[in-house]
Every structure is written in C-alpha cells, then in structure tokens.
Design a protein around this ligand. Structure first.
Ligand SMILES: [Zn+2]
Length: 186
C-alpha cells in the first residue's frame, strides 16, 4: 500500500508541478493503452480468465477517448522516465527514499521482505545461526502514519491544482483495523 501511495504521490506531484498539456494527455493515453493491452491479452487468453476484471470493462475503457484501433500501446513508463528520476526533478525524492525502496521489496516478494517477516534464527549454536521459517509471519509495524503523510502530500498537490481542498488527515490518526486484528489474534 505504501509503495502504491508513493508512486501516486510522485506521479501526481510531477503532473501538477511540471505537467504540460501534452504530458497530461500522455498520462491519459498511456492508461488507455494499458487497457487495450489488457483487453488484447484477455481476448487471446485460453483457460481460466482473471476474475478481478471483465472484458466489457476493458473494452469500455480502451474505447473511451478514441476508438481502440487508434490507441497506441506504450510498454515503458508513461512519461518515458523512471520514477526515481521524476522524483529527483521535483523535490519528491525524499518520499521516494523514505518509502519506495524497502516497500518495493514487499511488493516483489524479495528476500529482504521475506527474511524480515517470515524467518528467524535457529537457536542451535552448532547450526551457525542459519535462518528457519517462522510458524507464522511476525506482526508488522503499523503503516498508518506513513500512509497519512503520503495522502496529505497528495491532497496538497490536489489543492495546488484545484484550490479549496484544505482538509487534511490528522497525523496521529489511529488505525482501527490494526487494533481489531491484533485483538482477534489474542
Ligand atoms: Zn538449525
């Protein structure tokens, strides 16, 4: 979730702070291209089709701005830069450094995240502290404060584009779902 929010925060900051008309159009046509690509794959697919999206939705989205035959599919990043470079140019690099890297490891199921959450040291001294799987993953740190920080930054940029949106989430807002799930565990 934090990684997604960071990506949204950096992309929006980029568009609001230095997006030309052309760039906003590109952002949109890139999205339509992604819908078309998903639609083509969906049509060609044999066997089990994904349940989280249906063909009608993809058809509607790819034909929304232009007839899909005229939509280009771009396989790179929507503005032709990677996220770190966009962040560098805009002063959102701090949020990139703060959240993106470590959170990405969790999204990609990399070793760092797995080691952190699902492994521990074997306590047999003869085994040289090799790592063994935990019976269940450890409880993770709450993400609410970081998420609120990101969402508030997003709201500030929305407010820059459309003034009048002054409300922000309080930084110390509690995560009710965290308390609910930990009491369930007990
Ligand atoms: Zn061992």
């Amino acid at each position: 979730m934090l990684r997604s929010l960071t990506e949204c925060r950096i992309s929006l900051a980029y568009l609001v702070r230095c997006g030309t008309d052309n760039m906003w159009k590109k952002f949109r046509s890139y999205g339509a291209g992604q819908a078309k690509l998903a639609l083509l794959k969906h049509e060609e697919m044999s066997g089990q089709k994904p349940q989280f999206v249906n063909q009608e939705t993809l058809e509607a989205l790819s034909n929304e701005d232009f007839f899909q035959e005229y939509i280009e599919i771009d396989l790179g990043h929507w503005c032709g830069k990677d996220l770190r470079r966009s962040a560098d140019e805009l002063g959102t690099k701090e949020d990139y450094d703060r959240y993106y890297g470590w959170a990405s490891g969790f999204v990609h199921g990399q070793w760092g995240a797995r080691r952190d959450t699902n492994f521990t040291h074997c306590l047999n001294p003869l085994h040289r502290f090799h790592r063994i799987p935990l019976p269940r993953h450890r409880m993770l740190e709450p993400t609410m404060a970081d998420a609120i920080n990101l969402v508030n930054s997003i709201l500030s940029d929305v407010n820059a584009a459309y003034p009048g949106l002054e409300d922000r989430f309080p930084p110390d807002m509690q995560d009710d779902s965290d308390t609910a799930s930990s009491s369930e565990q007990k």
